[in-house]
Write a protein that binds this ligand. Structure first.
Ligand SMILES: *[C@@H]1O[C@H](CO)[C@@H](O)[C@H](O)[C@H]1NC(C)=O
Ligand SMILES: *[C@@H]1O[C@H](CO)[C@@H](O)[C@H](O)[C@H]1NC(C)=O
Ligand SMILES: *[C@@H]1O[C@H](CO)[C@@H](O)[C@H](O)[C@H]1NC(C)=O
Ligand SMILES: *[C@@H]1O[C@H](CO)[C@@H](O)[C@H](O)[C@H]1NC(C)=O
Ligand SMILES: *[C@@H]1O[C@H](CO)[C@@H](O)[C@H](O)[C@H]1NC(C)=O
Ligand SMILES: *[C@@H]1O[C@H](CO)[C@@H](O)[C@H](O)[C@H]1NC(C)=O
Ligand SMILES: *[C@@H]1O[C@H](CO)[C@@H](O)[C@H](O)[C@H]1NC(C)=O
Length: 449
């Protein structure tokens, strides 16, 4: 990635600053003033303009090739020259920075949002749905204009669509008590650890998750889930009926989620949560969510469209944590899934699941790059994100309220760890505690609002 970025910057810089370069066999080396290592929108547009030229040349050339009978080797050389010009943008392409910005895709997304709002408007017309429909029509006109004039500010348009989408999600029906019980409250403080314990199996199990059943009406039940097989897969969950049993490693039951850790219903990654005696997790090697109801022993699955898996968008910040692409959370009303998509440029996407049907009911898109955080959790429909401060300290620095679409970038809620790495962090609405899987250690904290 570093190499591609360099290439990109050099090309962009040539455009802007005329940097002296030195041609070697297959690359160009230059000394650059580090202040240009930023990536503002107008430069990005210049890059996309260049890509357009390359693509035009390519199709022009293909056209020529069909109509001439020039010698093949010459043609191949020319084609290679043109292709080389496109190669530099491979980084943009594979990272979804370019492809996601195609106008056609914009239009499609616009249609989807329009449909959502239209449906909501038909069921329950109000000022917000009315305003949204007006704005969507305006946005549609603007996209048409982009087609016509071949000039567009993709970044601005993408941002506008994201905001419209989030507002459309908020219009969609939610359980009545969702907003009234708990929105517009932001966490203010996290206590020192109130529980610290090595996981009950082994200090070599550095990845997994633990916590307490998150359904408000559930009986007190603690769970512990460790990943085996290179900290990637798992198939059992250990259940305790009290915190005392958990602390003493006593009287637990070992529940089997799948018959082996390589079964298609096995767990992948450390994003697991327990809600209503049901384990929610990423299904083995796919971009799907599984739920395993321990009571009925039934497994359900649902696809998570576009979700990056297999360490495409893990939690990183300081150093990337493998197999953290998909993070399940639970709060008062629902199960939530936190992931990232190319379409949202690697930024965090939050979806709300109906726990019983496992249907995805809502999807919000944030501006927060998933690789720039170490973990996330949900409280009352508010997404919180943490970052690494040092080995022994972590900090909540960001919140996104799904009820308002508002992002808060100014939080600073530090809390202690005993080790650098975070495999899982989840909030429990029953006792208001945060549960942390901190390398092989299991910690819990009280929270204050
Ligand atoms: C780098 O560029 C910035 C602005 O273009 C300029 O202010 C700064 O002095 C330059 N630094 C060096 C070391 O040339
Ligand atoms: C691409 O086309 C432009 C004009 O459309 C031309 O100036 C440029 O030299 C072409 N580049 C290549 C690599 O053929
Ligand atoms: C391809 O590029 C090289 C170096 O820039 C140049 O020497 C060569 O003539 C080009 N070949 C064609 C067929 O355009
Ligand atoms: C909105 O939805 C209604 C009913 O589903 C449909 O008849 C109408 O054509 C839709 N309007 C637009 C602009 O899509
Ligand atoms: C909705 O719009 C009407 C008329 O434009 C206005 O009178 C009313 O106060 C608005 N309601 C809300 C909740 O904003
Ligand atoms: C799990 O099964 C029990 C027993 O049928 C049921 O009461 C509960 O609602 C189920 N929970 C989920 C999340 O499927
Ligand atoms: C869940 O989704 C399926 C298929 O999309 C649909 O048939 C079903 O009615 C949905 N269930 C609920 C409870 O929304």
């Amino acid at each position: 990635m570093f190499v591609y970025l360099l290439l990109l910057t050099v090309i962009v810089t040539v455009e802007a600053q005329r940097v002296q370069g030195q041609q070697t066999s297959d690359s160009c080396l230059c000394k650059i003033n580090s202040s240009i290592w930023t990536f503002p929108v107008f430069r990005f547009e210049e890059v996309t303009r260049q890509v357009q030229i390359c693509e035009d040349n390519l199709s022009e050339f293909e056209e020529k090739m069909r109509n001439t009978n020039a010698e093949l080797p010459i043609m191949e050389a020319t084609l290679q020259n043109i292709s080389a010009c496109l190669k530099a943008f491979g980084y943009l392409h594979t990272n979804g920075l370019y492809s996601a910005l195609h106008l056609r895709q914009l239009n499609q997304e616009l249609e989807e949002i329009h449909q959502t709002v239209n449906e909501t408007h038909m069921q329950n017309p109000n000022n917000e749905t009315h305003n949204l429909l007006t704005e969507l029509n305006k946005a549609k006109n603007d996209v048409q204009k982009m087609y016509r004039d071949d000039f567009f500010n993709l970044e601005t348009m993408k941002k506008r669509l994201r905001d419209l989408n989030n507002r459309a999600q908020n219009c969609k029906t939610m359980p009545n008590d969702f907003r009234s019980t708990c929105h517009q409250r932001t966490m203010t403080r996290i206590s020192p650890p109130v529980v610290t314990k090595l996981n009950s199996i082994s200090d070599s199990y550095i990845s997994g998750a633990w916590g307490r059943d998150a359904l408000l009406s559930s009986i007190e039940r603690y769970w512990e889930h460790c990943l085996v097989s290179d900290h990637k897969h798992g198939n059992t969950i250990r259940m305790y009926n009290s915190l005392e049993d958990f602390m003493a490693n006593n009287y637990y039951t070992e529940e089997e989620i799948a018959s082996s850790y390589s079964d298609e219903n096995a767990v992948q990654g450390s994003g697991t949560i327990l809600y209503d005696n049901t384990v929610f997790y990423q299904c083995y090697d796919t971009a799907e969510i599984c739920s395993f109801n321990i009571t009925t022993q039934e497994t359900k699955r649902v696809q998570l469209v576009g979700a990056g898996i297999d360490n495409k968008f893990p939690f990183c910040y300081y150093s990337c944590r493998d197999w953290t692409d998909i993070d399940l959370e639970a709060d008062q009303n629902a199960v939530w899934v936190i992931y990232a998509t190319e379409e949202n440029r690697g930024n965090i996407v939050v979806s709300r699941l109906d726990p019983l049907s496992l249907n995805i009911t809502h999807t919000w898109k944030t501006h927060l790059f998933k690789r720039s955080v170490t973990s996330t959790f949900m409280v009352c429909g508010v997404l919180y994100a943490t970052r690494f401060v040092n080995t022994y300290q972590e900090e909540v620095f960001y919140a996104f309220d799904t009820a308002t679409g508002q992002e808060i970038n100014t939080l600073s809620l530090p809390f202690e760890k005993v080790s650098a790495g975070i495999a899982n962090l989840n909030y429990n609405p029953v006792d208001g505690k945060l549960y942390l899987y901190n390398d092989a250690y299991l910690l819990a904290y009280d929270t204050f609002f």
